[in-house]
Design a protein around this ligand. Structure first.
Ligand code: SF4
Length: 701
């Protein structure tokens, strides 16, 4: 009998944040299973989580040593860490001396651990002196962040997964949790199985595995969510199905919401949404009959040129019905990445500061400056994700440091991203895998430690902070990201980066949150190891965490009331279809792949579900295009094209087509990369790209 050691950690994929127990036998072979007593998943794991041991053990694609090249005409050569840090610091210093601190930027990831995110922010905003640090969470959650701030006064998810089992009605909009948040969906499914009276409404232009569970599927036209939510609000107000006492006592700006909702009649709204008036009335009635109502959403609302408007229109429904601050109810944005929340907490975006402080607030800037003891922090927001690559292309930004993300596949209008990286003076890529298409553009390639190879913390969708232990050594010379960052900062000559462990970084961040609304000064690695996970705030060492916010209805706005917001735009502002590009393209995930497949693409078992990219198309459109199942088609927009097989069904609306977003360049070409054709338009406030809507044409290859 071999002796095994076991460690409890957290899944490295989606924002559900399932607990995983990793066992290592005497030969070092890893196996994984869901942690039985972890409150999120109670022993369950989805297909991606179940196969994480293969990903962790397969080092065939890993970057093992620092590599660099002196010019783009040369290939990358193996180097030492000392030389790599010296070169990085020398190039950054010379660019900053010549062009100023805003000529450099960092592009990081919702998969970074909190300590890494925190340190990258401290380095950039506090010491280099630029706010040019943004994250790929900009691509998924920034519209929700703005929506929460406008409504609740802060980016604060009010509820917990445990509220799911208490709710009696769910509105799931622009999301397919059955595939993208499977364990969370399993909890919802079980709750409905056990309580058949529980109602589920799904808003999605496609029929999905999620909509299959729904009592009502509102298959609206893409981009019409604001009109739908406003129409529901209008019906609730007209029928006096609103909670007037809650609105009077705990909210402000109701009249603005009402005026916005009354701009269109239900009939006009139904026409715009491509559904019937009866469908809107039925949905509104189901919500009004609910005693405990939860709304859930992800990218269908967020990844839009009117993403903030979609968010506030949905949040208004929770306020109208008084479904906030009580068990079993509230708005619940589902985060895509495992630590998108942690990144938001430490100020990991170009317009944020650590511990939910505001960049535009001079007092907040002073608090952070005093705490870090670095340079004055600029009040203007830095470059956001798309802006950063635009600035590289225009020459305004000279150097970029990319950590744990693959923008060549994941950003919209990807050819533009490639052109930008080609033009950059200096590109640092810090990652685990050569499979990332972005590594090709690196002048300096730094091998990072991966999941299980370093310690740190993450926060999931329900504000739950968990500790991830180091279980195995990183291969060859790969180094934890947090150490790469502090060693670079030391090489730059900055004081305040003399850490010896990730734990010291975490203690510093916890202290920095003291007195804020996300106070976790009561946390430490020791507590997380001993007592398990905690939901913030955790303001002192005996505090057990906070599963639900706003139970006293003291919101974080200036008047301490939840704020109704009138959406600025009712109608979608995306690129419009025309006779040349008559179809609307929607992009998204498939069940067994993750982001740009650098990890899930390695697991054969995960390729059995959907092995290759495809275009989903309605049967009527396929007939009109003379297409049959599995025909190869070229999908083109004004920016480029992709070539894939077509899958034909009645699940997707006519005039709408769908492409999965995961595949990059395969077979030495980029014909399957969805972002060849997506649009780089962004929401004017959240700066989140409009991934879910662009005009395309489809032709038989
Ligand atoms: Fe991992 Fe998300 Fe699956 Fe849970 S639901 S196992 S966190 S991918």
């Amino acid at each position: 009998m071999q002796k095994k050691e076991s460690h409890n950690t957290i899944c490295s994929y989606c924002g559900v944040g399932c607990g995983i127990t990793v066992s290592k036998d005497i030969r070092g072979t890893l196996s994984v299973h869901g942690t039985e007593d972890y409150p999120v998943n109670k022993g369950m794991l989805c297909s991606k989580g179940k196969n994480l041991n293969y990903v962790a053990q397969d080092i065939s694609d890993r970057i093992l040593y620092p590599k660099m090249r002196w010019s783009r005409n040369h290939s990358l050569q193996k180097t030492t860490w000392d030389i790599a840090f010296k070169r990085a610091a020398a190039v950054f210093k010379s660019i900053i001396d010549k062009h100023g601190p805003d000529s450099v930027g960092f592009y990081v990831s919702g998969q970074c651990l909190t300590e890494e995110y925190y340190l990258a922010n401290k380095l950039t905003k506090g010491f280099i002196g630029t706010n040019n640090i943004d994250t790929n969470s900009r691509l998924c959650m920034s519209s929700a962040v703005v929506g929460y701030k406008k409504t609740l006064g802060e980016d604060a998810v009010p509820i917990s997964y445990d509220d799911i089992e208490l709710a009696d009605c769910f509105l799931i909009a622009g999301a397919n949790p059955a595939w993208c948040h499977p364990i969370l969906f399993r909890r919802l499914e079980k709750h409905k199985e056990d309580n058949p009276k529980v109602k589920v409404l799904v808003v999605d232009p496609r029929k999905t595995q999620t909509s299959a569970l729904a009592d009502q599927h509102l298959q609206i036209l893409p981009g019409t969510d604001v009109i739908l939510f406003n129409a529901i609000a209008r019906w609730l107000i007209e029928r006096k199905k609103i909670d007037t006492s809650f609105i009077r006592k705990y909210t402000s700006n109701f009249e603005a919401c009402k005026q916005s909702a009354f701009q269109l009649t239900l009939k006009q709204a139904a026409y715009q949404c491509g559904i019937t008036t009866e469908e809107i009335k039925k949905a509104a009635k189901l919500i009004s009959n609910s005693k405990r109502f939860i709304s859930m959403w992800t990218m269908g609302l967020n990844q839009s040129v009117i993403g903030v408007d979609k968010n506030v229109a949905l949040l208004n429904i929770s306020l109208l019905t008084g479904q906030l601050g009580k068990p079993g109810c509230g708005p619940f944005s589902l985060t895509g990445q495992p630590n998108a929340m942690g990144g938001r907490e430490v100020g990991g975006m170009a317009n944020l500061l650590a511990a939910h402080r505001d960049l535009g607030n001079s007092q907040h800037r002073k608090e952070v400056e005093d705490f870090w003891g670095g340079k004055p922090i600029k009040k203007e927001a830095g470059l956001t994700a798309s802006e950063m690559f635009n600035a590289l292309e225009s020459g305004k930004l000279k150097a970029i440091w990319i950590i744990c993300t693959n923008p060549v596949v994941s950003l919209p209008n990807a050819r533009k991203v490639e052109a930008a990286l080609e033009k950059a003076n200096f590109v640092v890529v810090q990652d685990i895998s050569h499979k990332s298409e972005t590594t090709k553009y690196a002048d300096l390639l730094l091998p990072a430690a991966g999941w299980l190879e370093k310690e740190g913390t993450m926060t999931n969708s329900e504000r739950r902070i968990s500790y991830l232990p180091k279980v195995i050594d990183p291969p060859a010379e790969a180094m934890p990201d947090v150490e790469i960052l502090w060693r670079f900062a030391q090489e730059m000559g900055y004081k305040g980066f003399d850490y010896n462990s990730a734990s010291e970084v975490y203690d510093e961040y916890c202290l920095m949150t003291k007195g804020t609304n996300i106070d976790i000064s009561g946390l430490s690695y020791e507590r997380l190891r001993k007592e398990g996970s905690f939901q913030w705030p955790v303001p002192h060492k005996l505090h057990k965490g906070t599963p639900r916010l706003f139970q006293n209805h003291d919101y974080y706005t200036s008047n301490r009331k939840a704020h109704f917001n009138a959406p600025k735009k009712l109608y979608n502002q995306s690129e419009q279809t025309n006779t040349e590009y008559p179809l609307i393209l929607n992009t998204g995930r498939v069940r067994d792949q993750w982001h740009t497949r650098t990890k899930t693409g390695k697991v054969k078992r995960l390729l059995t579900h959907i092995p290759i990219p495809y275009l989903e198309m309605n049967k009527v459109d396929a007939f009109l295009h003379g297409l049959k199942e599995d025909d190869v088609v070229v999908v083109s927009s004004r920016r480029g094209s992709v070539r894939v097989k077509v899958k034909i069904n009645f699940d997707i609306r006519e005039k709408v087509v769908f492409l999965p977003m995961h595949w990059g360049k395969i077979l030495k070409n980029d014909f399957s990369r969805a972002n060849n054709i997506t649009n780089d338009l962004v929401d004017p406030i959240s700066k989140e790209p409009d991934f879910k809507y662009c005009a395309v044409k489809v032709e038989k290859y």
